[in-house]
Design a binder for this molecule. Structure first.
Ligand SMILES: Nc1nc2c(ncn2[C@@H]2O[C@H](COP(=O)(O)OP(=O)(O)OP(=O)(O)O)[C@@H](O)[C@H]2O)c(=O)[nH]1
Length: 424
Protein backbone atom coordinates (compact mmCIF):
# COMPACT_ATOMS: atom_id res chain seq x y z
CA UNK A 1 0.00 0.00 0.00
CA UNK A 2 1.31 3.45 -0.83
CA UNK A 3 1.93 5.74 2.07
CA UNK A 4 0.69 9.31 2.35
CA UNK A 5 3.92 10.87 1.10
CA UNK A 6 3.99 8.76 -2.04
CA UNK A 7 0.37 9.70 -2.77
CA UNK A 8 1.19 13.40 -2.44
CA UNK A 9 4.10 12.99 -4.84
CA UNK A 10 1.85 11.27 -7.36
CA UNK A 11 -0.65 14.13 -7.14
CA UNK A 12 2.11 16.67 -7.78
CA UNK A 13 3.33 14.69 -10.77
CA UNK A 14 -0.13 14.69 -12.31
CA UNK A 15 0.53 18.42 -12.77
CA UNK A 16 2.43 17.59 -15.96
CA UNK A 17 -0.96 16.82 -17.59
CA UNK A 18 -1.93 20.47 -17.07
CA UNK A 19 -0.98 21.70 -20.61
CA UNK A 20 -3.10 18.98 -22.19
CA UNK A 21 -6.07 19.86 -19.99
CA UNK A 22 -5.56 23.56 -20.78
CA UNK A 23 -5.56 22.96 -24.55
CA UNK A 24 -8.67 20.77 -24.38
CA UNK A 25 -10.34 23.46 -22.24
CA UNK A 26 -9.41 26.18 -24.75
CA UNK A 27 -10.90 24.13 -27.60
CA UNK A 28 -14.09 23.68 -25.67
CA UNK A 29 -14.54 27.15 -24.22
CA UNK A 30 -13.20 29.33 -27.05
CA UNK A 31 -13.21 27.35 -30.33
CA UNK A 32 -12.92 30.51 -32.49
CA UNK A 33 -9.89 31.69 -30.57
CA UNK A 34 -8.21 28.30 -30.84
CA UNK A 35 -8.91 28.34 -34.62
CA UNK A 36 -7.26 31.75 -34.75
CA UNK A 37 -4.18 30.50 -32.86
CA UNK A 38 -3.99 27.44 -35.10
CA UNK A 39 -3.17 29.72 -38.05
CA UNK A 40 0.38 29.82 -36.74
CA UNK A 41 0.71 26.02 -37.24
CA UNK A 42 2.98 24.29 -38.10
CA UNK A 43 5.57 27.08 -37.53
CA UNK A 44 4.54 27.56 -33.88
CA UNK A 45 4.74 23.81 -33.23
CA UNK A 46 8.21 23.51 -34.77
CA UNK A 47 9.37 26.60 -32.85
CA UNK A 48 8.24 25.12 -29.52
CA UNK A 49 9.85 21.79 -30.39
CA UNK A 50 13.17 23.47 -31.28
CA UNK A 51 13.06 25.59 -28.10
CA UNK A 52 12.33 22.63 -25.82
CA UNK A 53 14.90 20.41 -27.56
CA UNK A 54 17.52 23.18 -27.19
CA UNK A 55 16.70 23.52 -23.49
CA UNK A 56 17.06 19.78 -22.94
CA UNK A 57 20.45 19.82 -24.71
CA UNK A 58 21.65 22.86 -22.75
CA UNK A 59 20.60 21.21 -19.51
CA UNK A 60 22.06 17.88 -20.65
CA UNK A 61 18.74 16.15 -19.95
CA UNK A 62 19.02 13.32 -22.44
CA UNK A 63 15.85 11.48 -21.50
CA UNK A 64 13.85 14.56 -22.48
CA UNK A 65 15.84 14.91 -25.67
CA UNK A 66 15.00 11.34 -26.71
CA UNK A 67 11.26 11.80 -26.11
CA UNK A 68 11.23 15.18 -27.85
CA UNK A 69 13.05 13.96 -30.96
CA UNK A 70 10.55 11.15 -31.25
CA UNK A 71 7.67 13.62 -31.01
CA UNK A 72 9.37 15.87 -33.58
CA UNK A 73 9.85 13.09 -36.14
CA UNK A 74 6.29 11.86 -35.49
CA UNK A 75 5.01 15.37 -36.27
CA UNK A 76 7.08 15.58 -39.47
CA UNK A 77 5.60 12.28 -40.71
CA UNK A 78 2.08 13.40 -39.80
CA UNK A 79 2.60 16.70 -41.65
CA UNK A 80 3.91 14.90 -44.73
CA UNK A 81 1.47 12.03 -44.92
CA UNK A 82 -1.71 12.57 -42.94
CA UNK A 83 -2.80 15.90 -44.39
CA UNK A 84 -4.87 14.02 -46.99
CA UNK A 85 -7.98 11.81 -46.95
CA UNK A 86 -7.49 8.47 -45.26
CA UNK A 87 -8.91 6.78 -48.35
CA UNK A 88 -5.41 7.15 -49.74
CA UNK A 89 -3.78 3.75 -48.98
CA UNK A 90 -0.46 5.24 -47.88
CA UNK A 91 -2.18 7.66 -45.49
CA UNK A 92 -4.30 4.80 -44.13
CA UNK A 93 -1.22 2.62 -43.58
CA UNK A 94 0.53 5.42 -41.72
CA UNK A 95 -2.62 6.12 -39.73
CA UNK A 96 -2.87 2.52 -38.57
CA UNK A 97 0.77 1.74 -37.90
CA UNK A 98 2.46 5.00 -36.90
CA UNK A 99 0.62 5.20 -33.53
CA UNK A 100 1.68 1.64 -32.75
CA UNK A 101 5.34 2.28 -33.56
CA UNK A 102 5.20 5.61 -31.69
CA UNK A 103 3.62 3.95 -28.61
CA UNK A 104 6.21 1.16 -28.53
CA UNK A 105 9.09 3.64 -28.79
CA UNK A 106 7.95 6.34 -26.38
CA UNK A 107 6.63 3.97 -23.73
CA UNK A 108 9.66 1.75 -24.22
CA UNK A 109 11.78 4.73 -23.15
CA UNK A 110 10.19 4.42 -19.68
CA UNK A 111 11.52 0.89 -19.24
CA UNK A 112 15.05 1.07 -20.60
CA UNK A 113 18.17 2.76 -19.35
CA UNK A 114 18.83 5.29 -22.10
CA UNK A 115 22.45 5.90 -23.16
CA UNK A 116 24.24 9.11 -22.23
CA UNK A 117 25.23 11.76 -24.77
CA UNK A 118 27.51 12.77 -26.36
CA UNK A 119 28.66 9.19 -26.93
CA UNK A 120 28.65 7.10 -30.06
CA UNK A 121 25.96 4.79 -28.73
CA UNK A 122 23.94 7.80 -27.59
CA UNK A 123 24.04 9.38 -31.06
CA UNK A 124 23.13 6.05 -32.67
CA UNK A 125 20.18 5.66 -30.28
CA UNK A 126 19.01 9.23 -30.93
CA UNK A 127 19.27 8.83 -34.71
CA UNK A 128 17.40 5.52 -34.52
CA UNK A 129 14.57 7.09 -32.54
CA UNK A 130 14.33 10.03 -34.93
CA UNK A 131 14.54 7.98 -38.12
CA UNK A 132 12.20 5.11 -37.27
CA UNK A 133 8.93 7.06 -37.71
CA UNK A 134 10.37 8.68 -40.85
CA UNK A 135 11.18 5.21 -42.23
CA UNK A 136 7.46 4.43 -42.18
CA UNK A 137 6.95 7.26 -44.64
CA UNK A 138 9.90 6.37 -46.85
CA UNK A 139 9.18 2.66 -47.04
CA UNK A 140 5.82 3.02 -48.81
CA UNK A 141 4.09 1.04 -46.13
CA UNK A 142 0.75 0.54 -47.80
CA UNK A 143 2.04 -2.31 -49.94
CA UNK A 144 3.97 -3.95 -47.10
CA UNK A 145 1.59 -3.63 -44.18
CA UNK A 146 -1.87 -3.72 -45.65
CA UNK A 147 -2.34 -6.91 -47.61
CA UNK A 148 -5.42 -9.01 -48.27
CA UNK A 149 -4.33 -11.10 -45.28
CA UNK A 150 -4.37 -8.21 -42.80
CA UNK A 151 -7.12 -9.04 -40.26
CA UNK A 152 -10.18 -6.84 -40.82
CA UNK A 153 -10.71 -5.91 -37.15
CA UNK A 154 -7.20 -4.50 -37.11
CA UNK A 155 -7.80 -1.70 -39.52
CA UNK A 156 -11.53 -1.31 -40.13
CA UNK A 157 -12.84 2.02 -38.84
CA UNK A 158 -15.54 1.96 -36.18
CA UNK A 159 -17.81 4.01 -38.44
CA UNK A 160 -17.79 6.71 -41.12
CA UNK A 161 -16.88 9.58 -38.81
CA UNK A 162 -14.68 7.76 -36.31
CA UNK A 163 -11.77 6.44 -38.30
CA UNK A 164 -10.03 4.52 -35.54
CA UNK A 165 -10.62 0.81 -35.28
CA UNK A 166 -11.83 -1.14 -32.27
CA UNK A 167 -8.34 -2.58 -31.99
CA UNK A 168 -6.82 0.89 -31.78
CA UNK A 169 -9.31 2.01 -29.14
CA UNK A 170 -8.68 -1.13 -27.11
CA UNK A 171 -4.93 -0.53 -27.35
CA UNK A 172 -5.24 3.06 -26.11
CA UNK A 173 -7.49 2.11 -23.17
CA UNK A 174 -5.33 -0.87 -22.18
CA UNK A 175 -2.06 1.04 -22.39
CA UNK A 176 -3.57 4.03 -20.54
CA UNK A 177 -4.76 1.90 -17.63
CA UNK A 178 -1.57 -0.13 -17.37
CA UNK A 179 0.50 3.04 -17.84
CA UNK A 180 -1.26 4.81 -14.95
CA UNK A 181 -0.91 1.71 -12.74
CA UNK A 182 2.77 1.40 -13.68
CA UNK A 183 3.56 5.05 -12.93
CA UNK A 184 1.56 5.00 -9.70
CA UNK A 185 3.01 1.80 -8.27
CA UNK A 186 6.56 2.55 -9.34
CA UNK A 187 6.51 6.01 -7.71
CA UNK A 188 7.61 7.36 -11.07
CA UNK A 189 9.23 10.73 -11.49
CA UNK A 190 8.05 13.84 -13.34
CA UNK A 191 9.86 12.86 -16.52
CA UNK A 192 8.09 9.50 -16.76
CA UNK A 193 4.71 11.10 -16.08
CA UNK A 194 5.27 13.75 -18.74
CA UNK A 195 6.37 11.09 -21.23
CA UNK A 196 3.10 9.28 -20.57
CA UNK A 197 1.15 12.57 -20.89
CA UNK A 198 2.89 13.21 -24.23
CA UNK A 199 1.95 9.73 -25.47
CA UNK A 200 -1.65 10.25 -24.34
CA UNK A 201 -1.85 13.59 -26.20
CA UNK A 202 -0.64 12.02 -29.44
CA UNK A 203 -3.19 9.19 -29.07
CA UNK A 204 -5.95 11.80 -28.71
CA UNK A 205 -4.85 13.19 -32.07
CA UNK A 206 -5.51 9.78 -33.67
CA UNK A 207 -8.93 9.51 -32.04
CA UNK A 208 -10.01 13.03 -33.07
CA UNK A 209 -8.13 13.14 -36.38
CA UNK A 210 -11.20 14.52 -38.19
CA UNK A 211 -11.00 17.78 -36.23
CA UNK A 212 -9.04 20.63 -37.78
CA UNK A 213 -5.42 21.21 -36.66
CA UNK A 214 -5.56 18.28 -34.27
CA UNK A 215 -2.00 17.11 -35.01
CA UNK A 216 -0.65 20.62 -34.24
CA UNK A 217 -2.62 20.96 -31.02
CA UNK A 218 -1.76 17.56 -29.67
CA UNK A 219 1.93 17.85 -30.59
CA UNK A 220 1.91 21.23 -28.88
CA UNK A 221 0.29 19.62 -25.79
CA UNK A 222 2.81 16.74 -25.80
CA UNK A 223 5.75 19.17 -26.06
CA UNK A 224 4.34 21.44 -23.34
CA UNK A 225 3.87 18.44 -21.00
CA UNK A 226 7.56 17.62 -21.44
CA UNK A 227 8.50 21.30 -21.08
CA UNK A 228 6.67 21.48 -17.74
CA UNK A 229 8.55 18.48 -16.38
CA UNK A 230 11.83 19.78 -17.84
CA UNK A 231 11.30 23.09 -15.99
CA UNK A 232 10.61 21.11 -12.81
CA UNK A 233 13.84 19.20 -13.39
CA UNK A 234 15.77 22.45 -13.87
CA UNK A 235 14.43 23.78 -10.58
CA UNK A 236 15.29 20.49 -8.89
CA UNK A 237 18.85 20.55 -10.23
CA UNK A 238 19.29 24.12 -9.04
CA UNK A 239 17.73 23.75 -5.61
CA UNK A 240 17.62 20.11 -4.48
CA UNK A 241 20.62 18.18 -3.24
CA UNK A 242 21.00 14.94 -5.18
CA UNK A 243 22.15 12.75 -2.27
CA UNK A 244 19.83 13.82 0.53
CA UNK A 245 16.94 15.22 -1.54
CA UNK A 246 16.91 18.22 0.81
CA UNK A 247 16.95 21.78 -0.57
CA UNK A 248 20.52 22.98 -0.86
CA UNK A 249 22.39 26.18 -0.05
CA UNK A 250 20.90 28.23 -2.93
CA UNK A 251 17.40 27.51 -1.58
CA UNK A 252 18.59 28.36 1.95
CA UNK A 253 19.82 31.78 0.76
CA UNK A 254 16.37 32.38 -0.75
CA UNK A 255 14.72 31.48 2.56
CA UNK A 256 17.14 33.64 4.55
CA UNK A 257 16.45 36.64 2.30
CA UNK A 258 12.81 36.60 3.42
CA UNK A 259 13.42 35.51 6.99
CA UNK A 260 10.82 36.78 9.48
CA UNK A 261 11.64 39.04 12.43
CA UNK A 262 11.05 36.19 14.83
CA UNK A 263 13.16 33.31 13.67
CA UNK A 264 16.16 31.14 14.49
CA UNK A 265 18.89 29.39 12.56
CA UNK A 266 20.75 26.23 13.56
CA UNK A 267 23.93 24.75 12.07
CA UNK A 268 24.22 20.96 12.35
CA UNK A 269 27.40 18.96 11.79
CA UNK A 270 28.12 15.23 11.94
CA UNK A 271 30.71 14.37 14.61
CA UNK A 272 34.01 12.78 13.61
CA UNK A 273 32.66 12.16 10.15
CA UNK A 274 36.09 11.95 8.56
CA UNK A 275 37.01 9.11 10.88
CA UNK A 276 33.65 7.45 10.24
CA UNK A 277 34.20 7.65 6.47
CA UNK A 278 37.73 6.33 6.80
CA UNK A 279 36.61 3.38 8.92
CA UNK A 280 33.37 2.37 7.24
CA UNK A 281 33.69 3.83 3.78
CA UNK A 282 32.23 6.75 1.87
CA UNK A 283 29.12 4.79 0.87
CA UNK A 284 28.17 4.16 4.50
CA UNK A 285 28.93 7.85 5.16
CA UNK A 286 26.45 8.73 2.41
CA UNK A 287 23.84 6.53 4.07
CA UNK A 288 24.37 8.46 7.30
CA UNK A 289 23.77 11.77 5.52
CA UNK A 290 20.61 10.34 3.97
CA UNK A 291 19.41 9.11 7.35
CA UNK A 292 19.96 12.52 8.96
CA UNK A 293 18.17 14.21 6.05
CA UNK A 294 15.24 11.85 6.43
CA UNK A 295 15.00 12.55 10.18
CA UNK A 296 15.21 16.29 9.54
CA UNK A 297 12.56 16.32 6.83
CA UNK A 298 10.18 14.36 9.04
CA UNK A 299 10.63 16.68 12.03
CA UNK A 300 7.73 19.09 12.37
CA UNK A 301 8.18 22.87 12.66
CA UNK A 302 11.63 23.11 11.10
CA UNK A 303 12.85 23.64 7.55
CA UNK A 304 16.06 21.76 6.80
CA UNK A 305 18.71 22.45 4.13
CA UNK A 306 21.95 20.73 3.21
CA UNK A 307 24.48 23.49 3.69
CA UNK A 308 27.30 21.48 2.11
CA UNK A 309 29.43 18.44 2.95
CA UNK A 310 28.30 17.00 6.27
CA UNK A 311 26.70 20.27 7.43
CA UNK A 312 22.97 21.03 7.51
CA UNK A 313 21.12 24.24 8.34
CA UNK A 314 17.77 24.33 10.10
CA UNK A 315 15.49 27.37 9.98
CA UNK A 316 12.70 28.04 12.49
CA UNK A 317 10.02 30.56 11.67
CA UNK A 318 9.58 31.51 15.34
CA UNK A 319 11.92 32.34 18.19
CA UNK A 320 10.47 30.37 21.10
CA UNK A 321 13.64 28.99 22.76
CA UNK A 322 11.84 26.20 24.61
CA UNK A 323 10.18 24.76 21.51
CA UNK A 324 13.40 25.16 19.52
CA UNK A 325 15.47 23.42 22.22
CA UNK A 326 12.96 20.59 22.44
CA UNK A 327 12.98 20.09 18.63
CA UNK A 328 16.77 20.19 18.41
CA UNK A 329 17.21 17.75 21.30
CA UNK A 330 14.70 15.46 19.65
CA UNK A 331 16.75 15.51 16.41
CA UNK A 332 20.04 15.02 18.24
CA UNK A 333 18.75 12.07 20.26
CA UNK A 334 16.97 10.53 17.26
CA UNK A 335 20.24 10.46 15.31
CA UNK A 336 22.33 9.28 18.28
CA UNK A 337 19.94 6.44 19.11
CA UNK A 338 19.44 5.27 15.54
CA UNK A 339 20.98 1.81 14.99
CA UNK A 340 22.73 1.68 11.62
CA UNK A 341 23.31 -1.86 10.47
CA UNK A 342 26.57 -2.35 8.57
CA UNK A 343 25.91 -4.40 5.45
CA UNK A 344 28.38 -6.09 3.18
CA UNK A 345 26.97 -4.42 0.08
CA UNK A 346 27.86 -1.02 1.49
CA UNK A 347 31.38 -1.91 2.55
CA UNK A 348 34.15 0.51 1.67
CA UNK A 349 35.39 0.46 -1.91
CA UNK A 350 38.86 1.49 -0.89
CA UNK A 351 40.94 -1.66 -0.46
CA UNK A 352 42.71 -0.75 2.75
CA UNK A 353 39.60 0.55 4.50
CA UNK A 354 37.53 -2.33 3.17
CA UNK A 355 40.00 -4.83 4.54
CA UNK A 356 39.86 -3.09 7.87
CA UNK A 357 36.04 -3.10 7.99
CA UNK A 358 35.65 -6.68 6.75
CA UNK A 359 38.58 -8.06 8.61
CA UNK A 360 36.82 -8.01 11.97
CA UNK A 361 33.65 -9.67 10.72
CA UNK A 362 31.76 -6.41 10.95
CA UNK A 363 28.81 -7.44 8.78
CA UNK A 364 25.61 -6.91 10.78
CA UNK A 365 27.42 -4.74 13.30
CA UNK A 366 25.33 -1.88 14.72
CA UNK A 367 26.91 1.52 14.16
CA UNK A 368 26.02 4.82 15.80
CA UNK A 369 26.73 8.41 14.79
CA UNK A 370 26.19 11.64 16.64
CA UNK A 371 25.65 15.23 15.63
CA UNK A 372 26.37 18.64 17.17
CA UNK A 373 24.02 21.57 16.77
CA UNK A 374 24.55 25.31 17.27
CA UNK A 375 21.53 27.59 17.32
CA UNK A 376 21.21 31.39 17.10
CA UNK A 377 17.93 33.20 17.72
CA UNK A 378 17.57 36.28 15.54
CA UNK A 379 18.11 39.60 17.27
CA UNK A 380 15.92 42.58 16.31
CA UNK A 381 17.12 43.94 12.96
CA UNK A 382 19.94 41.40 12.68
CA UNK A 383 21.09 40.56 9.15
CA UNK A 384 21.31 36.95 8.10
CA UNK A 385 25.09 36.87 7.73
CA UNK A 386 25.89 37.64 11.40
CA UNK A 387 23.00 35.37 12.40
CA UNK A 388 24.56 32.45 10.51
CA UNK A 389 27.94 33.32 11.95
CA UNK A 390 26.58 33.18 15.51
CA UNK A 391 24.96 29.81 14.78
CA UNK A 392 28.31 28.59 13.45
CA UNK A 393 30.08 29.82 16.60
CA UNK A 394 27.50 28.01 18.74
CA UNK A 395 28.21 24.84 16.75
CA UNK A 396 31.92 25.32 17.34
CA UNK A 397 31.18 25.60 21.09
CA UNK A 398 29.16 22.37 20.99
CA UNK A 399 32.07 20.61 19.28
CA UNK A 400 34.56 21.94 21.82
CA UNK A 401 32.34 20.92 24.72
CA UNK A 402 32.49 17.29 23.67
CA UNK A 403 30.10 17.00 20.66
CA UNK A 404 26.72 15.20 20.53
CA UNK A 405 24.93 18.22 21.98
CA UNK A 406 22.90 21.34 21.31
CA UNK A 407 24.29 24.78 22.11
CA UNK A 408 22.61 28.18 21.89
CA UNK A 409 24.63 31.23 20.86
CA UNK A 410 25.36 33.81 23.57
CA UNK A 411 24.13 31.53 26.32
CA UNK A 412 25.95 29.44 28.88
CA UNK A 413 26.08 25.81 27.84
CA UNK A 414 22.70 24.33 28.66
CA UNK A 415 22.35 20.76 27.62
CA UNK A 416 19.50 18.34 28.19
CA UNK A 417 20.99 14.88 28.18
CA UNK A 418 18.69 12.57 26.25
CA UNK A 419 21.30 9.91 25.57
CA UNK A 420 19.31 7.24 27.33
CA UNK A 421 15.90 8.48 26.35
CA UNK A 422 13.97 6.10 24.13
CA UNK A 423 12.35 8.04 21.32
CA UNK A 424 9.72 6.65 19.04
N1 LIG B 1 30.34 10.17 2.77
C1 LIG B 1 30.40 11.49 2.59
N2 LIG B 1 31.34 12.21 3.25
C2 LIG B 1 31.37 13.54 3.06
C3 LIG B 1 30.47 14.20 2.20
N3 LIG B 1 30.74 15.53 2.22
C4 LIG B 1 31.78 15.69 3.08
N4 LIG B 1 32.16 14.50 3.59
C5 LIG B 1 33.25 14.20 4.52
O1 LIG B 1 33.02 14.80 5.77
C6 LIG B 1 34.28 14.88 6.43
C7 LIG B 1 34.32 16.16 7.23
O2 LIG B 1 35.39 16.09 8.07
P1 LIG B 1 35.90 17.29 8.99
O3 LIG B 1 35.37 18.60 8.47
O4 LIG B 1 37.36 17.15 9.13
O5 LIG B 1 35.21 17.08 10.35
P2 LIG B 1 34.85 15.78 11.20
O6 LIG B 1 35.74 14.64 10.92
O7 LIG B 1 33.38 15.54 11.03
O8 LIG B 1 35.17 16.24 12.68
P3 LIG B 1 34.34 17.23 13.58
O9 LIG B 1 33.44 18.04 12.68
O10 LIG B 1 35.39 18.06 14.25
O11 LIG B 1 33.58 16.39 14.53
C8 LIG B 1 35.35 14.82 5.34
O12 LIG B 1 36.08 13.61 5.48
C9 LIG B 1 34.57 14.78 4.06
O13 LIG B 1 35.16 13.94 3.08
C10 LIG B 1 29.51 13.40 1.48
O14 LIG B 1 28.69 13.88 0.71
N5 LIG B 1 29.52 12.06 1.72
Amino acid sequence: MLNKIAKTEVRVQLFVFFPLILIIGLHWIAPEFSQFLARSFPIAVYCLLVLTISLSVLMRQWRWLYSLSLIASHYIVVQNTLQQPLENPQAAAIYYFLPIIFSVLILGLEFIKTPQLPTRIGFAFLSGLFLLPLCMQWLGLESILITPNTPGFFIEPINETARYSWFFLLMVVTISLSGVAFLYLRHSNNQEYSQFAAWFSIMLFYIYIEQAHMSGWMTLAATFCLLVSLSGQMLKLAYIDELTQLPQRRALLGHLSRLGKRSAVTMLDVDHFKKFNDTWGHDVGDQVLKLIASILSKTRGVKAYRYGGEEFTLVFNHDDPEIIAERLEYIRARVANYPLVFRQSSRPKDHQTGKQARGHNNVGKILHVSISLGCAIRRPGEHTEPLLKRADQALYQAKNAGRNQVTFADQPLARVDLKHTKLS
